[in-house]
Every structure is written in structure tokens, then in C-alpha cells.
Design a protein around this ligand. Structure first.
Ligand code: ZN
Length: 124
């Protein structure tokens, strides 16, 4: 189960595919990793990205939403309901949209860099 030389594990992870082979699905549900890759049988159930993806999504989306809301307020002085209608749904959509690719990217980075934390049965 060695990693194929042609697979970019980070791109495969962001696309929700197995970081080892790039073909099988990485996720069984929206965010739960599948037990093992259907294509190469690589054990993915032990992958644990913890809170990492959520932290990055919060920082990225938080920056975009706060910057956008402040810029809109200073430049156009819209009523408060405009901020609520624009920035709340946009923030929720961006968070939900980025969470899965970010989790795939972090799992791929853990596997690629052989981080001991990515396996619950090893280390600590
Ligand atoms: Zn695979």
C-alpha cells in the first residue's frame, strides 16, 4: 500500500478522494472518514484531523465575512437587515462548503507527513 507517485495527496484529499491512491472515496458521510479505501484498501478510519479543519475554516471565513461586512458598512452604509441577509447566509454556506475539503486536506497532510496523530492506535 505505498503511495502512487502520480497522486497529489493534498488535491485528492481536498476533492474527497483517498490520499493514498486518489481514486476511492475518503468520506463515508459528509465529514466521517470511510473505514478503508474501496480502491486500495488503505485504512482511513483511524484518520483523525480533530478540530484542525474547523479552526482553519473559522479563520478563513471569519476574515472574509468580517472584512466584507466592514467594507460594505463603511462604503455603502446599508441598513442592518442587509448585513443579516447577505453575510449570515454567505458565512454559513462558506463554512459548510469549505469544511469537507479542509478536512480532506488535513487528513491527506497527516497521512503524507506520517503524523502519528493521524492514527488513533499509535503514539500518545
Ligand atoms: Zn485508496
Amino acid at each position: 500500500m505505498t503511495q502512487a507517485a502520480t497522486v497529489n495527496p493534498f488535491l485528492a484529499g481536498m476533492l474527497g478522494r483517498c490520499p493514498n491512491c486518489g481514486r476511492g472515496s475518503l468520506f463515508a458521510g459528509f465529514l466521517a472518514p470511510t473505514a478503508q479505501c474501496a480502491s486500495c484498501a488503505y485504512a482511513l478510519a483511524a484518520a483523525d484531523s480533530g478540530d484542525g479543519p474547523a479552526v482553519f475554516v473559522i479563520m478563513i471565513v471569519g476574515f472574509l465575512i468580517v472584512f466584507g461586512a466592514l467594507f460594505t458598512e463603511v462604503a455603502y452604509h446599508p441598513p442592518v437587515w442587509v448585513h443579516l441577509v447577505v453575510w449570515l447566509p454567505l458565512g454559513a454556506a462558506l463554512c459548510l462548503g469549505l469544511l469537507r475539503p479542509m478536512k480532506g486536506l488535513m487528513i491527506a497532510a497527516q497521512i503524507r507527513n506520517k503524523a502519528a496523530q493521524h492514527r488513533r492506535d499509535e503514539g500518545a
